[in-house]
Write a protein that binds this ligand. Structure first.
Ligand code: ATP
Ligand code: MG
Ligand code: FE
Length: 346
């Protein structure tokens, strides 16, 4: 079967097309992404109204480009999957409305799926069927540890950030260091020339009495701000590479330590990374080292599949189609705060 996946939860209009064979093998045929990130750059963050308008303009052309790339026509599509939440309400609405229209016009099942579950499902396109796994999802809006016995659900949240998301911390610290938005990739790049042990920044929520699987990054962000302010007051040039590397090390140290511990405590042999921050080169390297040491298998999609895209939605849709899951109603609502426990909106 062929599944067309639509993603509009934030600032990327994504359309993916995935083929799923009878044995469950999936193949990625197209992954069209149109981003409005540059329109948000001067605001230092995503502006919801701007994102919604950009989705409206990009949606139909992106579907056409994806079908051309995949070499298929509308008649070939067997199901339409769409991110139903969580995300920005107005942005989600554009994708959900488009998906309903296509599913109705083509007379195929509609799957309204959870964005976070889709971030995990995308791994199957690269690494094959996913065994029971512990997932670490880190993006601009989320930082969660999830127990995923099966992609079709139920997914159990084990922990999450109590303040800023990991990607949000990257973006805010990048701004402090005078790097462009979104800052994650820039910090990743400049940190390569820096010393990760130059500044001993705090590791949030790692005390013995702290919640073992929750995260906190706002204290770290404040510590970086204080450090930079002190240097500026003293008239000392800010060693951007060293500060970026030290900040990045503090984030990935906590993320990987907690993820490995969660996998062991929950009897999972596989750790799967997802979300935009999973594109971070230091996170990938340290996760690999710590999984090797703990005897865990690390699965991490290539960077373009980590950030928001339509292929991840199509991948989860393909899994649901192969399982003959009951489709969502055509009255499917967009739900900006869809809980992660709800993989498929019934
Ligand atoms: P959501 O949280 O709803 O998934 P999002 O748009 O934040 O939405 P993504 O596209 O998955 O989700 O992630 C974007 C985030 O990932 C941004 O904060 C960005 O700075 C961060 N990011 C991207 N690449 C890197 C990198 N190499 N290193 C660190 N952070 C990165
Ligand atoms: Mg984004
Ligand atoms: Fe995302």
């Amino acid at each position: 079967g062929l599944v067309l996946g639509i993603e509009t939860s934030c600032d990327e209009t994504g359309v993916g097309i995935v083929r799923v064979d009878a044995d469950g093998t999936t193949t990625l045929l197209a992954n069209e992404i149109s981003s409005s990130v540059e329109e948000h750059a001067r605001f230092g963050g995503v502006v919801p109204e701007v994102a919604s308008r950009a989705h409206l303009q990009a949606m139909v052309p992106a579907v056409h480009r994806a079908m051309t790339t995949a070499g298929i026509t509308a008649r070939d599509v067997d199901a339409v999957a769409v991110t139903a939440g969580p995300g920005l309400s107005g942005a989600l609405l554009v994708g959900v409305a488009a998906a309903k229209a296509y599913a109705a016009a083509w007379d195929v099942p509609l799957y309204g799926v959870n964005h976070l579950a889709a971030h995990v499902a995308v791994d199957t396109l690269q690494n094959g069927p996913l065994p029971p796994a512990l997932a670490l999802l880190v993006s601009g809006g989320h930082s969660s540890l999830l127990s995923v016995p099966d992609l079709a659900g139920p997914v159990t949240p084990l922990g999450a950030t109590i303040d800023d998301a990991a990607g949000e911390a990257f973006d805010k610290v990048a701004r402090l260091l005078g790097l462009p938005f979104p800052g994650g990739p820039h910090i990743d790049r400049v940190a390569r020339d820096g010393d990760p042990s130059a500044v001993a920044f705090p590791r949030g929520l790692t005390g013995p009495r702290d919640a073992p699987f929750d995260f906190s990054f706002s204290g770290l962000k404040t510590a970086v701000a204080r450090h930079v302010e002190a240097l500026e007051r003293a008239g000392t040039p800010v060693p951007v590479a060293d500060v970026a590397a030290s900040f990045q090390e503090a984030v990935v140290d906590v993320l990987t330590a907690k993820a490995v511990r969660a996998a062991r405590e929950h009897g999972m042999d596989v750790l799967c990374l997802g979300g935009g921050v999973a594109a971070n080169s230091r996170l990938r390297a340290l996760a690999q080292d710590r999984c090797d040491a703990a005897g865990l298998v690390l699965r991490v999609p290539r960077p373009v599949l980590c950030t928001d895209n339509g292929a991840m939605v199509a991948a989860l849709g393909a899994h649901l189609l192969a399982r003959d899951a009951a489709p969502s109603p055509l009255a499917l609502p967009a739900d900006s705060s869809l809980p992660v426990t709800e993989v498929l909106v019934g």
